[in-house]
Design a protein around this ligand. Structure first.
Ligand SMILES: C[S@@+](CC[C@H](N)C(=O)[O-])C[C@H]1O[C@@H](n2cnc3c(N)ncnc32)[C@H](O)[C@@H]1O
Length: 255
């Protein structure tokens, strides 16, 4: 699920529109296997009209099996047919979209006047060495305690989870293999299209995102580890011990 902060922005927007609209029209761009769409629909049910797209056919097929009553389509945002949405949500997907400028322009064109883009993004390229060490001290401790398991992971995550490699070396190798847009390009593309109606919210805790990737078990123990990790991450962000791995963008289309 998205970070708490982003969920609140989303909830505020949807709740305020539900008061005036019959249904809030939402497009999720880059929905992957549909987990977030599933949670959104389960929460709002008929109060939202939800369409979710992703160019990965296999992800969309998996999403449709899990939640057949959501409009999932195997398409990229540039192939998305003309329609009007009150809200467009991108969860960790904007930095993957090929032509960023065209993508953001398409998002803008698909929004109703007064509609908003909510993007939840990662900025691994901004972590400093104190933040990298903070993360891997915890990851390596959990690996030693057999709560995380790198076996069977594929690169770049197998390298990231390997405690025999110094933390910064792992992180740099991961960044080099990353074939997506840097966070600065994502922010610039949104600002270029939405102008002054763009708000970038830094300080989004997101390091906990890696624990399930390193196979933290979905058990009572796994869940309490995740909860404690999230508490520590929020505290470290609050006292500036670490740089935020996440950021969110809230951009609105002028009325
Ligand atoms: C890191 S995954 C995030 C998936 C999901 N939103 C989540 O939070 O788990 C990025 C997703 O963006 C999708 N994507 C890549 N290019 C895209 C495009 N041009 N339009 C829409 N989605 C795209 C990928 O197929 C992938 O599923």
């Amino acid at each position: 699920m998205s970070s708490k902060r982003t969920s609140l922005i989303l909830q505020d927007f949807i709740d305020s529109r539900i008061k005036t609209n019959d249904q809030v029209r939402i497009l999720e761009v880059g929905c992957g296997t549909g987990e977030f769409a599933h949670l959104l629909k389960a929460h709002y049910q008929d109060k939202i009209d939800l369409t979710a797209i992703d160019p990965s056919e296999s992800s969309v097929t998996a999403a449709k099996i899990k939640t057949p009553h959501i409009n999932f389509h195997p398409q990229g945002v540039l192939d998305c047919p003309d329609a009007t949405y009150d809200m467009i949500i991108c969860t960790k997907s904007l930095h993957h979209c090929g032509d960023l400028q065209k993508t953001v322009q398409r998002v803008y064109d698909l929004l109703a006047k007064g509609g908003i883009l909510l993007a939840e993004e990662l900025q691994p390229d901004r972590l400093d060495s104190a933040s990298i060490i903070w993360l891997f001290d915890r990851v390596d401790l959990l690996t030693a305690a057999k709560q995380l398991n790198a076996e069977g992971l594929r690169p770049p995550h197998s390298t990231l989870a390997d405690p025999t490699i110094p933390a910064e070396q792992r992180w740099n190798a991961f960044l080099q293999k990353r074939s997506c847009h840097p966070s600065s390009a994502v922010k610039a593309a949104v600002k270029a299209v939405f102008g002054a109606n763009t708000e970038i919210r830094e300080n989004t805790a997101f390091m906990h995102y890696y624990l399930p990737k390193f196979r933290l078990q979905d058990t009572e123990v796994g869940r309490s580890i995740l909860k404690e990790f999230m508490k520590q991450e929020a505290r470290a962000l609050g006292n500036n011990t670490i740089v935020s791995l996440g950021f969110s963008i809230v951009a609105s289309k002028s009325i």
